[in-house]
Design a protein around this ligand. Structure first.
Ligand code: PLP
Length: 368
């Protein structure tokens, strides 16, 4: 029987599982170094809690997207190496240099300006270089990379040369091998810096993709980096909500906006204090499921801003009451299953997890 809950939905974030996931990836990729990608507030889970847990597990290299995220992370982890994926955007040079952040330089202009910053600072500044091997998003093109010579890096310490995979989660896709080869070719003539190609899924493509440093994000947070195969990662996120009200249906009608879920007499509908304003996707309406007492029940009708309704008719009468607990995300595949049902990816589910949840971090080892 569920313990009655009161108040808001509860989001449990298992920091011990994050640490265990990092250690598992580190073991898999060794001797390659495994970093931690903690951009977007550690995929919505709270970088201030997640990053120290990764550090305690042995992680020393971190990636953020924005310079501001790097500045915030520097306060938390004074000894970490912090890469900023946005690179050297106008107006960020001082913050980057001042907080010992490593910009991932994405185009020739950034390289020129970072060199000038080093000259002005009178000291060597660290940098990473990103090469575009097919994503067509950020990074030096083949021609731009080929035009670089020793003088291009004067005053800089190039600590990493990296690129990003396009379809790493599809192990059999020919683009993976093409990108690997393109990356190797483009690195010729560049400073002999460590190379990095793999995101979470890329690590599972094998040695040829692990290179010197791997950059997992989503796998640390429990999503399956090997879709179609069992999830090798430990689940990190559990979302549960107390039932607020149960409707015993006595006549034909429907549930929610748009009348998209028809009801018949004898059905029972339970309402939860979770909605799309909490990041529970509206597209989960009529498609996703939850669990009560281990029994899977469908989300019935549209998800509203603050509320979600479940059809709990399959549970015995009286089994679901106000205070009964429904699990909306949980178990080894819970995150991936919700994403799939909602027509999105685990990344989007994680990064939208709402601010109204009561957040609980599980881990005794990591100081608050
Ligand atoms: C977000 C990001 C990663 C992490 O990707 P996952 O798929 O979450 O492991 C790695 N590298 C770069 C450049 C990224 O932008």
């Amino acid at each position: 029987m569920s313990e009655p809950l009161s108040g808001p939905a509860r989001l449990e974030i298992d920091l011990a599982a994050v640490a265990a996931n990092w250690r598992a990836l580190a073991a898999l990729a060794a001797p390659a170094v495994v970093a931690g990608v903690v951009k977007a507030d550690a995929y919505g889970l709270g970088a201030a809690r997640v990053a120290p847990a990764l550090w305690a597990a042995g992680c020393r290299d971190f990636f953020v997207a924005r310079a501001g995220e790097g500045v915030a992370l520097r306060r938390i982890l004074p000894g970490a190496r912090i890469f900023v994926l946005d690179g050297l955007l106008p107006g960020t040079g001082e913050a980057l240099a001042g907080h010992r952040l490593v910009p991932v330089l994405n185009q020739p202009d950034e390289l020129v300006r970072w060199r000038a910053a080093a000259a002005q600072a009178g000291r060597r500044l660290p940098a990473a270089l990103q090469l575009d091997t097919g994503m067509c998003r950020l990074g030096f093109s083949a021609a731009q990379a080929a035009a670089l010579d020793e003088s291009s890096f004067e005053g800089l310490a190039i600590e990493l040369v990296m690129s990003h995979p396009v379809v790493a989660e599809e192990a059999g896709h020919p683009l993976n091998e093409r990108q690997r080869q393109r990356f190797a070719a483009m690195r010729h003539g560049l400073p002999a810096a460590p190379g990095s190609l793999a995101n979470s899924s890329g690590i599972f493509l094998g040695r040829g993709f692990q290179l010197d440093l791997c950059r997992p994000g989503v796998a640390l947070y429990g999503a399956n980096p090997t879709p179609g195969r069992p999830n090798p990662m430990r689940p990190v996120v559990r979302l549960e909500a107390p039932v607020m009200q149960v409707h015993d249906i006595v006549e034909e009608g429907s549930v929610g906006y748009g009348a998209t879920w028809p009801t018949r007499p004898g059905a029972r509908i339970a309402t939860l204090p979770v909605g799309y304003a909490d990041g529970y996707p509206r597209s989960a309406g009529n498609r996703a499921t939850a669990r009560i007492d281990g029994i899977e029940v469908p989300v019935a009708g549209r998800v509203s801003m603050d509320l979600t309704t479940l059809d709990v008719s399959s549970l015995p009468e009286g089994a679901v009451r106000p205070g009964s607990v429904a699990e909306l995300i949980g178990g080894p595949d819970g995150l991936d299953r919700l994403a799939e049902a909602a027509g999105t990816i685990p990344y989007e589910i994680l990064t939208r997890l709402g601010a109204r949840y009561e957040r609980h971090y599980l881990d005794a080892e990591v100081p608050a």
